[in-house]
Design a protein around this ligand. Structure first.
Ligand SMILES: *Cc1c(COP(=O)(O)O)cnc(C)c1O
Length: 386
């Protein structure tokens, strides 16, 4: 649990283990050929973990490039002094091209309008704007269609203001082993790259594998892999778990702000959806709620850890607070339960003694994926780096 300084102003926080981020990064780097680069997806504030700190940890552990989703995310990294190549995994509004050039954030390009706006601005600024060409091989999200890549490049390449630094696609089903659609995307991408090369066009770095692709499909590593979720220690799917061992980097904790032992029949929280059923049931309050990413749909379904044991969250999760029950009426499994006290540390996600609640457990209860769970916890909680 936290050895670093806890936030002074709030009894709820996210702990990020940067050592785990570094070890996970090294584990991914070790999967690659020595010459292949590792690009780290630090979009959405590094999936809620804090973009600048995680980016530094990843670069110190062998990664060489970063990927973001928005212009502002790229600018934040540059302002923090990070000098490596940064790719924005998208186009942005035409009005933003000056900012991209000023901060040297490479866009992913797939429309001529964007390419020309970017190129012309670059010429005006006396620069050459680097970009990566996005190819849509079957996910139907962004990119030029494979059959159009050569023509697209010929339409924009005459412009001296831009330079292609990479060519990439994104897989929709990289986590499925032996998937026909995955193979189809892979061969469409390989053919598009071959067509560009055959036409004498510079592809720059060729890349397509995300976390599950990197783990399961080394034949598609090409010049670079783009890993995200795995660097934070989470598995993108059960298919990857046997292939790489990872350490979750994020824990979410708070402290108890109030404890009472209400009479049987008293209710808890909005709508009084939980009522005390046994005498000697403590109801404890933690100052963390759905505005902190603790989804309201978890109400009355999730556990928390306190003093090394599980306790049931009860009542509706509020915007800024939730309650849990500590049943002191007897034994809970083989473990006797100690009373909860004001100030006790409560673990919503992470380890406490022998007990562990992972992002996957929370995701399952919410009907979502671990990615969304960590992104959401990043919204408002203070971050403590350990
Ligand atoms: C987010 C993203 C990644 C990283 O995906 P993970 O599943 O987290 O590894 C890679 N490439 C693109 C285009 C992405 O949007």
């Amino acid at each position: 649990m936290a050895s670093a300084k806890l936030p002074e102003n709030r009894w709820a926080w996210v702990e990020v283990d940067l050592g785990a981020v570094r070890r996970n990064t090294r584990a991914f780097k070790a999967l690659l050929r020595p010459r292949a680069q590792l690009m780290c997806a630090v979009k959405a504030d590094a999936y809620g973990h804090g973009a600048v700190e995680c980016a530094r940890a990843m670069l110190s552990a062998g990664a060489s490039q970063l990927a973001v989703a928005t212009v502002d995310e790229g600018v934040e990294l540059r302002r923090a002094g990070l000098g490596c190549p940064i790719l924005m995994l998208n186009e942005s509004p035409l009005e933003s091209v000056g900012t991209l050039l000023e901060y040297q954030v490479m866009p992913s390009v797939y429309t001529t309008d964007f390419a020309f706006a970017y190129a012309e601005k670059a010429v005006g600024m006396g620069l050459v704007g680097k970009y990566h060409l996005a190819v849509d091989t079957g996910m139907t999200r962004i990119g030029v269609l494979p059959e159009d890549v050569v023509e697209f490049r010929r339409m924009i390449d005459f412009h001296r203001g831009i330079e292609c630094a990479g060519t990439f696609t994104h897989f929709a089903t990289a986590d499925v082993i032996g998937d026909w659609d995955f193979r189809q995307q892979g061969s469409r991408f390989s053919e598009a790259v071959a067509a560009l090369q055959g036409a004498g066009l510079e592809t720059g770095l060729v890349h397509c594998d995300n976390t599950p692709g990197t783990v399961l499909h080394p034949e598609f590593h090409f010049d670079m892999c783009r890993a995200g979720i795995g660097l934070y220690g989470l598995q993108p799917s059960e298919t990857c778990a046997p292939r790489i061992s990872l350490e979750p980097a994020m824990s979410v904790r708070g402290r108890v702000t109030r404890v009472v032992t209400p009479a049987v029949g008293e209710g808890v929280g909005y709508g009084l959806t939980y009522r005390v059923v046994k005498p000697n049931t403590q109801i404890a309050t933690v100052p963390m709620g759905y505005a902190d990413g603790l989804a309201r749909s978890l109400s009355n379904h999730m556990d928390v850890l306190v003093n090394g044991a599980r306790a049931r969250q009860v009542g509706r999760i509020c915007m800024d607070q939730f309650m849990f029950a500590q049943d002191l009426s007897g034994l809970r499994g083989y473990r006797s339960v100690s009373p909860v006290q004001h100030g006790d540390v409560v673990t919503v996600m992470g380890r406490d003694g022998d007990e562990f609640i992972g992002a996957d457990e929370i995701a399952r209860l919410r009907g979502t994926i671990n990615y969304e769970v960590t992104c959401n916890f990043g919204i408002r909680l203070d971050k403590v780096y350990v």
